[in-house]
Write a protein that binds this ligand. Structure first.
Ligand SMILES: [Cu+2]
Length: 155
């Protein structure tokens, strides 16, 4: 009886230990969004997602205060026509893997924005993971993709 209780308790102890180390296992960064008119009904956001943890994770979708809901989409070319395909199954990120949401590929679709998104504005986007975890990232609204890691310095 005692042994059985110990086996059940062990995964909880391991999870708490990982949490207590304080280093986030997943990182979302370089998030940006294009200016968009609310009446168009959709906006789009892009970001990089790194899984530095020892376990695979799956991104299922997200939430944001600026739109009704967030869907994961993928741009594909079918019969020479570019289309967007929703991915309700989400995106799996292997341990040590990086996933990029970027133009003409995977992207985060902001459905029914509550207001126009204007260049220079910032908002928060929170990704929902399959394990119940969430990752919040600041999103910059900009006409052009920011250059990661250059800090806006010019050449
Ligand atoms: Cu889309």
């Amino acid at each position: 009886m005692r042994r059985r209780a110990l086996l059940i308790a062990l995964p909880c102890v391991l999870a708490e230990t990982a949490f207590a180390q304080g280093k986030p296992a997943v990182v979302a960064e370089n998030a940006w969004s294009r200016p968009a008119l609310a009446r168009i009904g959709t906006a789009v956001a892009y970001l990089s997602f790194r899984n530095e943890g020892g376990q695979p994770v799956r991104i299922l979708g997200g939430t944001t205060p600026v739109a009704e809901r967030v869907e994961i989409h993928e741009s594909v070319v079918e019969d020479g026509v570019a289309r967007m395909r929703p991915r309700p199954e989400g995106v799996a990120v292997p341990s040590g893997g990086v996933i990029r949401f970027e133009p003409n590929g995977l992207h985060l679709m902001l459905m029914k924005p509550h207001a126009d998104l204007k260049a220079g504005q910032h908002f928060t986007l929170t990704l929902n993971l399959e394990d119940g975890g969430t990752v919040a990232v600041p999103v910059q609204v900009t006409m052009r993709e920011p250059v990661a890691g250059h800090g806006g310095a010019s050449h």
